[in-house]
Design a protein around this ligand. Sequence first.
Ligand code: AHR
Length: 498
Amino acid sequence: KTAHLTLDPAFRIGTIDRRLFGSFVEHMGRCVYTGIYEPGHPRADELGLRQDVVELTRELGVTVVRYPGGNFVSNHRWEDGIGSRETRPTRLDLAWRSIETNQFGLGEYMAWVREVGAEPMLAVNLGTRGLAEAVELLEYCNYPGGTQLSDLRVKNGDTDPYGIKLWCLGNEMDGPWQIGHLTAQEYGRRAAETANAMRRLDPTIELVACGSSGRHMPTFGGWEATVLEHCYDLVDYVSMHAYYEEHDGDLDSFLASAVDMDAFIEEVIATADHVKAKLRSRKRLRISFDEWNVWYQSRFPGEAALEWRQAPRLIEDEYSVADAVVVGSYLISLLSHADRVAVGCQAQLVNIIAPIRTEPGGPAWRQPTFYPFAQAAALARGEALRVEPVAPHIDTRAYGPVPAVTAAASYDAESGRIALFAVNRDRTGPLELSVDARAFGPLRTGRHLVLADDDVRATNNLAHPDRVVPRPGDGARLDGGTLTVTLPPTSWNVLELT
Ligand code: AHR
């Protein structure tokens, strides 16, 4: 079987925002406690930050980290997590029916996010709280000093303002599971008023309005339209969240699920642009895709079934090669919309549906899904290019006929580097991909790395942390300006060219 695409520097989608390679740390399960933070662990520093996880996070290449939730934020009091640890209150987290000790809070997060070299992204509680607390939090974080709250930050040891630019106006406020769930009208008003007040304090911030929790939500579409009519000119981004899983052993549909992500992105763009037209606005809203991943949600019994525990083992999905290939296809989907998707956060970073796993007191390791993310974050630089693959179709139950190949490319004019990312969704055999790259003139091919396995269900775990790793592929054959590369069945491929 064969497939074809064209690489041309003139076929520009847009500049890739580095914040497309973000992640998410929520106070949920063991993401924070025994994930990034574990005092007494042999690799913890004096603050309790696990250095093995810091190292893996740097290797993953995350550029921005959203915090502290997620559903958690909608019942969270940010003041509980500042100041002396001995006096911090233990509270009930209603979102995940967990006991929150607040031993890790804002100051620890800022120290950690700086250590991993990422940009902070903070969510405010618009569930049980509102405008006043959001503005107070912003004052604590970003105001230099001389006011009660900024001086409190200084007293707590952080002399310099945090300078946090990216702020989420709540989380999934369309979801009936959200503590303080709102209608689109109610949320739109609350978001607009909060945005207005926060901007007055710090006009340099960027704000994310909550979009839908998923394309499947009954209010999807209408929610975005109503919310944005209230706050379009006051916000910079609308959020998107999407989780996918394999249903009933239907691997073909699962491998094709990025077509749903593509459609979702295009529908949100259409809705935002509709509001732009209606409001006669000159602003072109962008997207913060601040939760996306594979999540075997059907295995999760639901919050109501949880016992009150501290740092329980929640949704610690063990990912396979097939999951990693699917994650690769979502990264391709994000890159293919680089003109409108500015921020992306894979949910989450550690233990909770995460590329990094840890054991309390024990090691940390990379899930198979770690690799496509790390490779894309390292190599997708400069401009995203439209590549338009032409490939045979696979008939899927969920999405109908879907091309066997999905691909994205980037071109960094400064370094002359091109990176091509390609997924072969075909489980039955390899595909010969020919790439017309004549527009680039003479090229040299670099590494071809492949994530694939005879056993697509193979995983990494505590006993076998390196069972699945990327391996060198057959490489590309260059003939004139055309490259030919073999994509193994069910595979994620990265090809570097200069
Ligand atoms: O990432 C897990 C949860 O999924 C988040 O808390 C919530 O925002 C989403 O529903």
